[in-house]
Design a protein around this ligand. Structure first.
Ligand code: VGL
Length: 208
């Protein structure tokens, strides 16, 4: 039997978070080629690939019109909620939808559910996955929240430093988010190192 302890989580690489979108992350689409390489390696390694998406109802306290912080974005079924067209998700990718509750922002993918309504964490546990490699958008919101929650849930987490980008509402938000993720025990991969089977095995040190 093949034990697959790791998975790739691609966070919110949706049109609305990319240039031209309703809540564009500056240069947000630059994460796409890097993520495509990680996706290809994950597939080659037999890893599960999860792709989270913001999936808001039209009326939510998350939007400025209803007292929240953000312009309308990633409304369920809208064009802006689609994944970036160049993102090469495998057919077997597991889509995690989050942000459906009108009273919660739903930043963390760990609040999200699979297409059959199961929490991401339950799906990970059922597959025996204890290490997530995380990239996507945005460093200072959904990536940060997902990484910190995954660490709280006891998972090993590696942040793909070349495959994340931040909103930077305040300059330095992404750097502070990275610091918070590190303090939560996540590892930051800074170079374009890819999770090949060998390098992944090397990174799963006993102290990990
Ligand atoms: C996000 C801001 C607002 C994100 C979502 O995906 O990081 N950022 N909503």
């Amino acid at each position: 039997m093949c034990i697959v302890p790791s998975a790739l989580l691609v966070v919110d690489v949706q049109k609305d978070f990319c240039p031209g979108g309703a809540l564009a992350v500056p240069d947000g689409d630059r994460v796409v080629p890097a993520l495509n390489r990680y996706i290809a390696d994950a597939v080659a390694s037999g890893w599960a690939v999860y792709a989270s998406r913001d999936w808001h109802p039209p009326v939510t306290g998350h939007f400025q019109a209803y007292g929240g912080q953000w312009p309308v974005h990633c409304v369920q079924g809208s064009d802006g909620a689609r994944f970036h067209p160049d993102l090469q998700l495998p057919l077997a990718a597991i889509v995690i939808s989050k942000g459906q509750a009108p009273d919660r922002p739903g930043y963390s993918a760990l609040e999200g559910v699979t297409p059959d309504g199961r929490l991401l964490l339950d799906d990970l546990r059922d597959r025996g996955i204890d290490h997530l490699y995380i990239g996507g958008l945005a460093t200072d919101y959904c990536v940060r929240a997902s990484v910190v929650d995954a660490r709280r849930a006891g998972l090993h987490v590696t942040v793909l430093g070349d495959a994340i980008a931040g909103v930077e509402v305040n300059p330095g938000d992404s750097a502070r988010a990275l610091q918070e993720m590190a303090e939560a025990g996540a590892r930051l991969l800074t170079g374009p190192v890819r999770p090949s089977p060998e390098s992944a095995a090397a990174r799963r040190a006993p102290a990990d």
